[in-house]
Design a binder for this molecule. Sequence first.
Ligand SMILES: CC(C)(COP(=O)(O)OP(=O)(O)OC[C@H]1O[C@@H](n2cnc3c(N)ncnc32)[C@H](O)[C@@H]1OP(=O)(O)O)[C@@H](O)C(=O)NCCC(=O)NCCS
Length: 145
Amino acid sequence: MPELTLLKAADCIPLRQSVLRPDRPGSENHYPQDDDERSAHYGIRHRKKTLAVASMLHDPRGDVGSEMWRIRGMAVLPDEQRKGYGAMLLKTLQAIVAKRGGGAWANVRTTAADFYGKHGFRQEGDVFDIEGIGPHVLMTWRPEP
Ligand SMILES: CC(C)(COP(=O)(O)OP(=O)(O)OC[C@H]1O[C@@H](n2cnc3c(N)ncnc32)[C@H](O)[C@@H]1OP(=O)(O)O)[C@@H](O)C(=O)NCCC(=O)NCCS
């Protein structure tokens, strides 16, 4: 059975590269807050293979609220998508955010906006382009009071 597991940032790099940025320099897969002790990285593993990864980073931004955690590097191997792994990871990170207090934000690819929307994230502002990757939207989520 695939299992949810805590990872180190370094364990997330291969999927960030192959799923999210296959044509971009490898250095873009190291996020500045990766090793901050407040950040957390989770994955789904099966038979020693990592099928999916996601990170929650301490990367507050004033325009959406300084208590907001950033969800970044959400990547599921192509053959493993639409099996519920992304949902499992996002729900795990949302539960941690809810426990710590605050909310979450993410720069979401427009192709994944409906996925985040299903998990309670709401779009803020207009679509913008990230060079070399494509159109994104800022999305935010706060736990129910
Ligand atoms: C987007 C992604 C993280 C979703 O993870 P996943 O494991 O494929 O999704 P799940 O199987 O957990 O899907 C959960 C729900 O979201 C829906 N969903 C999944 N991917 C979707 C997408 N791209 N667009 C719209 N809905 C999507 C599913 O239909 C499912 O809905 P349901 O519960 O009503 O059946 C994954 O497909 C992925 O890595 N895609 C490529 C990289 C990417 O775009 N990452 C996000 C960067 S912001």
